[in-house]
Design a protein around this ligand. Structure first.
Ligand code: AVJ
Length: 326
C-alpha cells in the first residue's frame, strides 16, 4: 500500500473525534424512538469484526460459505465476459470489505483487475486485511478507505472499467428503499460503463433462516450483545449485558430476519446525560437482513437505474450473485 493511499493515518485524531460524536448522537437518537433501534454498522468494532468472522465459520451460517463456493465459477465466467467486451483493466470497489476473503477468487481468476478500493467502517481491521492481501497480490494497487459504505467515495480517475463489489448480502442490512438509494449513489460513484457484482441472500425455509441467526454456540448472540459493550466502553454507558437477550426472528411479511436485544426486566440505562428506560420484554432492534427472490432484486436494481446482466445461483437456490451493468 502506498503511504498516500491511507487517509486513516493522515487525520486519525480528527476522524476519531467526529466519529465518536456521530456514534453518540446516533445511539441517543435510536434509543429515543418508540421502537428502540441501533444501526448494525456499529456492530463492527475490532471485537465485533472478529465475532463476525467466527459467525462465518458456523455450520448454521450458510451465506458466507455458500457464496464463497460460488465465487470461483462467477469469477471465471466474468473473466471471459470481460475478455469478450475487450475490457482489459478493471478497478474493483468493494463496499463493506471486512476481512477481504471474497475478493481473492476474483483476483485469482480475473487478471484484468489492477486496482482495488476497499471501503470498510472498521479501519484497523481493514488496514490489516489490506496488508495481508498485498502480500498475496504484490502488483495490485490497493486503496483502503475507512468509512460507512453508504457515504460517497472519491475514486482515482483512470481508464480502468469500474466494478462495484458488494458480496455477503450486506445489502440486506438496508431496507429496500435504502438499497435503491445505495445502488443509485453507487451508480453515480462508479459512472457510466461500470458494473456491479452483488451477493443476495434468497428467500428460503424459515427454519434454515432461523438457525443461521440463532446458532447453537451462541456466537450470534455475542455478536449482537457486543454493540452494548461497545456503547459502554466508548460512550461510558452502563448497560448490564446479562439483562438483555439475543433474539432473531424471520418477519415473513417484510421478507427479513430481524435481530433484537430484548430486555429481561424493567430497567434504566444511563448514557452520558441521557437515561433510557426499558420495560420488561421491550427490545432494541439492531439489524434487518432482507432476503430477496431474483425477480424482486432485479426489479429493485432496475429502479436504481441498473440493468441485470446475469444471475448465478448456488445449489438449492441457497444464495445468489448478480451482475448489474450501468
Ligand atoms: C454481514 C449483514 C450479511 O445479515 O447475515 C450475521 C450479518 N448478522 N449474523 C447478515 C449477520 C447476524 C450479516 N451481514
Amino acid at each position: 500500500m502506498h503511504e498516500q493511499d491511507s487517509p486513516l493515518k493522515l487525520d486519525s485524531t480528527l476522524k476519531q473525534d467526529s466519529t465518536l460524536n456521530e456514534f453518540y448522537e446516533d445511539v441517543v437518537r435510536g434509543l429515543s424512538q418508540s421502537q428502540k433501534t441501533l444501526s448494525p454498522k456499529y456492530f463492527y468494532d475490532a471485537q465485533g469484526s472478529r465475532y463476525f468472522d467466527q459467525i462465518c465459520q458456523l455450520p448454521e451460517y450458510y451465506p458466507y460459505r455458500t457464496e464463497l463456493k460460488l465465487l470461483p465459477t462467477v469469477a471465471r465466467e466474468l473473466n471471459s465476459y470481460f475478455q469478450q467486451q475487450a475490457i482489459d483493466e478493471l478497478n474493483v470497489v468493494e463496499f463493506g470489505a471486512g476481512s477481504l476473503h471474497k475478493i481473492k477468487p476474483l483476483l485469482e481468476h480475473i487478471p484484468a483487475i489492477r486496482h482495488f478500493t476497499a471501503i470498510d467502517i472498521s479501519g484497523e481491521h481493514l488496514d490489516n486485511a489490506c496488508q495481508e492481501l498485498q502480500k498475496l497480490f504484490p502488483d495490485l494497487d490497493i486503496q483502503a478507505v475507512q468509512g460507512d459504505f453508504t457515504q460517497p467515495v472519491s475514486l482515482h480517475s483512470s481508464q480502468a472499467t469500474r466494478l462495484g463489489f458488494f458480496p455477503g448480502s450486506t445489502i440486506g442490512n438496508l431496507t429496500p428503499e435504502e438499497a435503491v438509494e445505495f445502488l443509485r449513489s453507487a451508480r453515480q460513484t462508479l459512472g457510466t460503463g461500470s458494473y456491479m457484482l452483488l451477493g443476495v441472500d434468497s428467500k428460503k425455509d424459515t427454519s434454515i433462516l432461523h438457525q443461521a441467526y440463532n446458532d447453537s454456540q451462541g456466537i450470534t448472540a455475542l455478536f449482537n450483545k457486543n454493540i452494548l459493550q461497545r456503547i459502554n466502553r466508548e460512550l461510558g454507558a452502563d448497560f448490564e449485558l446479562s439483562n438483555f437477550e439475543h433474539q432473531a426472528v424471520y418477519n415473513s411479511a417484510k421478507g427479513r430476519i430481524e435481530m433484537h436485544l430484548r430486555s429481561t426486566s424493567d430497567q434504566k440505562v444511563q448514557i452520558g446525560d441521557n437515561s433510557f428506560t426499558f420495560k420488561q420484554d421491550e427490545s432494541i432492534h439492531t439489524e434487518n437482513s432482507y432476503k430477496y427472490t431474483t425477480e424482486e432484486f432485479s426489479q429493485l436494481s432496475q429502479g436504481a437505474g441498473w440493468v441485470t446482466e446475469e444471475w448465478w445461483l448456488a445449489d438449492n437456490n441457497m444464495f445468489a450473485v448478480t451482475l448489474l451493468r450501468c
